[in-house]
Design a protein. Structure first.
Ligand code: FPP
Length: 251
């Protein structure tokens, strides 16, 4: 059964998506901000500001469509290698965004969580992250996850260390470890695996994003740069997802 009518050249219409078969969890690598700015003769930081606005648009749209989880890669463990001015611009945007979102989050009952090691962030940003998580922890429905100082390998190593420490203390048994049990040591402990991972900007790689969780995810790549990523482009990704046949290793 085709749930999306292929209409070459036409913009996909959400009415053509099967809202009963949406991915429960979509994850996005928000890539292409720098190139978007360069094309316009603007500083890279302007690209990140435009990217933050796109995040807002897409998160609101995902919530309104009825999705359960949206996870975005906002800052990786490798992004510290960028010029100091760019790093602080991204951190500044996150602060600004979190300040503003505390109000809208309460109004719209959006739950927010942060995946990553927040300890190297400024005390102010750490406090904002904690506050946001705290305020929204009782909300049910849509959840936005922001990966911040996040790396997939780092996450797995931390989980392995935590598990090994419990084994050494005698409170965990290596022989009894299962995939499901190991998953509970990850940042994503209470979050189902992503069904769909989107990477804009023409790059076709995973870049250390959700390595464990992406085992059976569907991937969608597009040349569109993240600041230009629209609701229509999101619909296209969802339509592509609905045309895939997911077998999880079966037939
Ligand atoms: C990758 O594009 C983007 C980032 C490393 C930063 C993403 C951060 C934001 C959009 C701002 C804050 C986020 C939220 C959730 C409010 P790039 O700089 O690698 O682009 P390029 O490959 O074109 O250079």
């Amino acid at each position: 059964m085709a749930f999306f009518k292929k209409s070459a050249g036409k913009k996909p219409d959400p009415a053509q998506l099967d809202l009963e078969r949406l991915p429960r969890h979509v994850a996005i690598i928000m890539d292409g901000n720098g190139r978007w700015a360069k094309k316009r003769g603007l500083p890279r930081t302007a690209g990140h500001a435009a990217g933050a606005e796109t995040f807002r648009t897409i998160a609101t749209y995902a919530k309104n469509l009825g999705m359960d989880y949206l996870t975005v890669y906002a800052f990786s463990t490798e992004n510290w290698k960028r010029p100091e001015q760019e790093v602080s611009a991204i951190m500044g945007l996150l602060e600004k965004y979190l300040h503003e979102s505390i109000e809208t989050m309460a109004r719209d009952k959006i739950k927010m969580a942060f995946l990553g090691d927040l300890s190297p962030l400024s005390p102010k940003l750490q406090q904002l992250c904690r506050e946001t998580e705290e305020i929204s922890k009782g909300y049910e429905g849509f959840q936005a996850n922001i990966c911040l100082n996040y790396g997939g390998r780092d996450e797995i190593v931390r989980a392995a260390k935590a598990f090994a420490a419990q084994c050494a203390a005698g409170t965990a048994d290596p022989a009894a470890l299962t995939e499901e049990a190991f998953g509970r040591y990850l940042y994503s402990a209470d979050i189902p695996d992503p069904d769909l991972i989107i990477r804009p900007s023409g790059e076709v790689r995973i870049s250390n994003f959700l390595l464990w969780q992406s085992a059976y995810a569907e991937f969608y790549f597009t040349d569109v740069l993240w600041p230009d990523f629209s609701k229509e482009e999101f619909n296209r990704a969802l339509a592509a997802y609905q045309n895939r046949s997911r077998r999880f290793g079966g037939v």
